[in-house]
Each structure stands twice: as structure tokens, then as C-alpha cells.
Design a protein around this ligand. Structure first.
Ligand code: HEM
Length: 156
């Protein structure tokens, strides 16, 4: 029978697939393709793709967080955030907070400053964009592995 916990889990995973899958696509397909062009053009292509994706993850990231918090509340497992056996719960919340800050604070608030930096040093800006995406994708992959294994009892 369908219950709210099951629906929350399904929505959580759907939102995570959309969001982290998109980060993977940008990191592993768009950025390598863009890097074969001069830095100014590469950044333009990246921004073009990222703007469209950002509009979508402004839905999927909050949805993933809301469904995750709902599950935490319904299962009453808040103490997990402090338990090392449940490191993946803290990893999920931390990763979510990083992306929420980037999408809802850093990008809209510092848009002009980021643009100015990219115009001044396009090659440096491109390098930073690539490095940030690779690091975040690696952390996200580790979190997904930890969360699926952990929520099915791997660490006990
Ligand atoms: C505020 C942020 C988040 C909260 C509160 C949260 C909470 C939860 C909870 C309570 C569960 C169920 C655990 C269990 O069944 O024992 C879960 C599962 C899961 N979460 Fe999160 N989560 C958050 C963000 C994320 C992020 C950022 C990712 C991916 C990078 C993620 C990926 C997953 C995955 C893959 C599962 C396992 C689903 C399954 O196999 O059943 N979550 N999350």
C-alpha cells in the first residue's frame, strides 16, 4: 500500500537523479566539450547550459531537501546526523546546503562579480568552474553510494 514515507522516498530519489544527473552531464559532457574551444566561448556555452539547468534545479534541489526532511521527521531519526555510522546522512545534508547556497545565494547575489571575474580572466574562471564541478560531482557520487548502501543496512 502507498504511504507518505514511500512517496517521499520516491520523490527524493527522483529529485536527486535529476539534480545530480544534471551535474554529471555538465561535468562529464558539456565542460569537456566546451574546453576544446577558446575560454571565452567555452564559458559562454557553459553559462548557456547552466542557466537553463539552474532554473530546473531551483525546483529539484528544494524538493530533494523537503522530501528528505519529511522522511527524517516521519522516521524520527534526527540523532543520525550526529552518529558516525550514519555519516551519509550528514553528507546528504551538507551537500544539499552547499548547492542551495550556490543556486539561491551565490549565483543570484554575486552574479555581477562572477561575470566581471570571468571577463577579466576567462581561462582562470574556466579552470575554477571545471575544478568545482569535478569536486562536487565526486562528493555527490560518494554521497549517493553511501546513502543507498547505508539506508539498506550496509554499515551495520
Ligand atoms: C537536506 C538534505 C537531505 C536529507 C534530510 C535527506 C534525508 C534522507 C533520508 C531520511 C533518507 C532515508 C534513509 C533511510 O531509509 O534510512 C534518504 C535516502 C537517500 N538520500 Fe537523502 N537526504 C538529503 C539530501 C540528499 C542528497 C543531496 C542526496 C544525493 C547526493 C541524497 C541521496 C539519497 C539516496 C540515494 C537515498 C537512498 C534511497 C534508497 O535507496 O532508498 N539525499 N535521504
Amino acid at each position: 500500500m502507498l504511504d507518505d514515507l514511500l512517496i517521499a522516498r520516491a520523490l527524493h530519489v527522483l529529485a536527486v537523479v535529476h539534480w545530480i544527473g544534471g551535474v554529471g552531464f555538465v561535468t562529464l559532457v558539456v565542460l569537456p566539450l566546451a574546453s576544446s574551444r577558446p575560454a571565452v566561448e567555452a564559458l559562454k556555452l557553459f553559462e548557456w547550459v547552466e542557466r537553463r539547468f539552474a532554473a530546473q534545479v531551483r525546483v529539484s534541489i528544494p524538493l530533494a531537501g523537503a522530501a528528505g526532511l519529511w522522511m527524517t521527521y516521519r522516521m524520527d531519526v534526527w540523532e543520525r546526523f550526529l552518529d558516525p555510522h550514519f555519516w551519509w546522512m550528514a553528507a546528504m545534508a551538507a551537500l544539499w546546503a552547499v548547492f542551495m547556497t550556490m543556486v539561491f545565494v551565490v549565483e543570484p547575489v554575486f552574479h555581477r562579480e562572477l561575470d566581471a571575474f570571468a571577463r577579466k580572466d576567462p581561462a582562470g574562471a574556466l579552470r575554477r568552474v571545471i575544478r568545482a564541478h569535478v569536486v562536487l560531482l565526486a562528493l555527490a557520487a560518494l554521497t549517493v553510494l553511501g546513502a543507498v548502501a547505508g539506508s539498506h543496512g550496509f554499515y551495520f
